[in-house]
Design a protein around this ligand. Structure first.
Ligand code: ADP
Ligand code: MG
Ligand code: ZN
Length: 593
């Protein structure tokens, strides 16, 4: 295999002009037939590194992947490019299975996807033993290591089986997450030498991280999604109840949204998931039960409505945005009280004391993420002990926040002294009522209207005051303990504020539009419709037809003919033949108007 041929396939089939640097390094190792390991982030373009050699090299490439749900997508995509590929797994009918095994034994396929379990089948093994195999791919290779976070013994045991084949093909291992231990383990198990490891780390510069605090979450959410109506996004909430109430709220406000949690019947869950994947709705509201094995590539934002359990979980969930490499937002809405639910879950868990204290430590790192002034992805990389290729990302809340901070020391003193006068016995709601000067009957009952702080902030709304109290909690001026009914207590920092030894500064977080829109959104919407229509006819997900990036480029460059169309990122010859005309026609109609 020559790199120049790989380059041609990249252009003709996939419609891309250049390899990314990690891809080039991997492909040159593969072209030498070396056992190779590639560690590249999600969305980094690992698939091309075996798809192109699969097409070019003689024989059939076998791709082993533990994620059965992703195989169909991959194969559908390859079919739209005119590649001979298939998958063999337990979801097939026996007719389908027999047909595919027959074609496999005839050497028809360039690529075959299988689950690890397939290697338990003697029939499969005798078939591939007679076959010319170009090479074997271990996708999600961290699963073969017992040090990995998702160890699968059945996956690891394949290695012995493969070593008993009459002709042992070379192997390519790929993963997006591997610690040094896991890397060494994979190398040892698959006989990969140090020169054959390509590690681009897992930093993803298309993800823009944001933390939003001190704002009303629901207002922020509605406002954000109103400004991003044409984009797909996931909203993660910590409980089923909250998922349902956010979902209901969004529907009431006229948004198209699906929802998902473990309490729903399986067919409901599947249906909701499909509506999201097929772009029938833009928004998915879900608990963390949603997302495993979802490969929807055009998710433009992931919003966490509350604090995730730890950084590991957060990075995984947030990482479902931007798999197509386009700029995407990962937004965490934080309020000081969020940590109570997570503490509660740790407390209630079956873990032993040592494990519990480890979980608390991880939770604290998560909370610190919400408070740090550091560049957010840098914080995450540090947490994972990864070397950081950039000093500052330049996109996250902390890198971009130029909004002026306002001095809220006076307001803070009012709240804090009110908490003190209320003898640190009440929660945020009642404290806000006192400051507002409310006539609530509880106030009468506890004679709180006698306090000197009663009505001190009467020109503000109760909601504003409550939000400000939550800001003071988030910033550590007030603590709330871990009771079911959080009671406000003053901290050392509060004492300093009351003594005028410390000032309180606050800033409003505003998330900029994801890049400037330099194309006509109306045309983009028409393309989306067309894409959805084609996808429905062909029974494939819309992003398999064309990615968001391709649609945007079409809007920007408005190609008029085949040559111009082939210059667009993601349009190769086969895709042009299948879809080119429909899109050219749409452009014609649009430009004539
Ligand atoms: P991974 O498996 O590493 O998560 P994928 O192989 O699914 O990533 O690729 C992610 C996205 O990047 C896909 O939409 C793919 O088409 C695109 N892509 C891959 N290589 C290139 C390239 N050289 N130029 C432009 N886009 C690319
Ligand atoms: Mg992949
Ligand atoms: Zn940053």
């Amino acid at each position: 295999m020559r790199l120049i041929d790989a380059q041609k396939i990249l252009q003709d089939y996939f419609g891309y002009a250049d390899f990314r640097s990690g891809q080039k390094a991997l492909l040159s190792l593969i072209s030498e037939g070396k056992n190779t390991l590639g560690i590249m982030p999600t969305g980094g373009g690992k698939s091309l590194c075996y798809q192109i050699p699969g097409i070019l090299l003689d024989g059939t490439a076998i791709i082993i992947s533990p994620l059965i749900s992703l195989m169909k997508d991959q194969v559908d995509s390859l079919h739209t490019l005119g590649v001979k590929a298939t998958y063999i797994n337990s979801s097939l009918t026996s007719e389908e299975y027999n047909e595919r095994m027959r074609l496999l034994s005839e050497g028809y396929y360039d690529l075959v996807y299988v689950a690890p379990e397939r290697f338990d089948s003697p029939f499969f093994l005798t078939t591939i033993n007679k076959l010319q195999i170009s090479f074997i791919v271990f996708d999600e290779a961290h699963c073969i290591s017992q040090w990995g976070h998702d160890f699968r013994p059945s996956y690891r045991s394949i290695i012995d089986t493969i070593n008993q084949l009459t002709q042992i093909p070379f192997r390519l291992a790929l993963t997006a997450t591997a610690t040094q231990e896991v890397i060494e383990d994979i190398q040892r198990l698959l006989s990969i030498d140090d020169q054959s490891v390509v590690n681009t780390g897992f930093y993803r510069d298309n993800l823009h991280f944001h933390v939003v605090k001190g704002q009303n979450k629901q207002d922020f959410l509605i406002n954000y999604i109103s400004q991003h109506r044409q984009e797909s996004g996931i909203i993660y909430a910590p409980t089923r109840k909250l998922v349902e109430s956010i979902h209901a709220k969004l529907i009431k406000e006229g948004f198209r949204a699906a929802y998902y949690h473990a309490g729903l019947a399986e067919d409901v869950r599947r249906n909701e998931q499909n509506r999201f994947i097929n772009d029938q709705v833009e928004i998915m509201v879900a608990t963390n039960a949603f997302g495993m094995g979802i490969d929807k590539s055009n998710v433009r934002y992931v919003i966490h409505y509350s604090l995730p359990m730890n950084i590991e979980a957060y990075y995984q969930e947030a990482g479902r945005a931007g798999r197509d490499g386009e700029v995407s937002n990962c937004i965490l809405l934080f309020s000081g009280q969020d940590s109570h639910l997570q503490s509660f879950l740790i407390e209630q868990s079956e873990l032993d004391e040592e494990m519990k204290s480890l979980e608390y430590k991880k939770l604290r790192a998560m909370i610190n993420y919400c408070h740090t002034d550091k560049c957010l992805p840098c914080y995450i990389l540090d947490y994972f002990g990864e070397k950081n290729p950039y000093h500052d990302c330049g996109h996250c809340t902390n890198c971009t926040d130029q909004s002026e901070k306002v001095d809220r020391t006076r307001d803070a003193q009012m709240v804090l002294s009110c908490v003190m006068r209320m003898e640190q016995r009440f929660g945020a709601t009642l404290t806000a009522k006192v400051l507002k000067g409310s006539k609530d009957k509880k106030i009468k009952q506890f004679e709180l209207d006698q306090l000197s702080t009663y009505g001190l902030m009467k020109e503000r709304t109760e909601k504003q005051i409550t939000e400000f109290i939550h800001f003071l909690i988030a910033e550590g001026y007030l603590s709330t303990g871990s009771d079911r009914f959080p009671i406000l207590k003053l901290t050392q920092k509060a004492a300093d504020v009351l003594k005028n030894k410390e000032q309180v500064w606050m800033r409003q977080t505003e998330i900029q539009q994801v890049a400037e829109t330099d194309f006509d959104p109306e045309l983009f919407e028409r393309f989306r419709e067309l894409r959805k229509q084609i996808a429905t006819e062909e029974k494939i997900p819309p992003y398999v037809v064309f990615s968001d990036a391709t649609l945007k480029d079409l809007c920007r460059y408005l190609p008029k003919n085949k040559e111009e169309m082939l210059m667009i990122k993601g349009i190769g010859l086969k895709k042009y033949d299948s879809y080119g005309k429909a899109f050219l026609d749409t452009i014609k109609v649009h430009t004539n108007n």
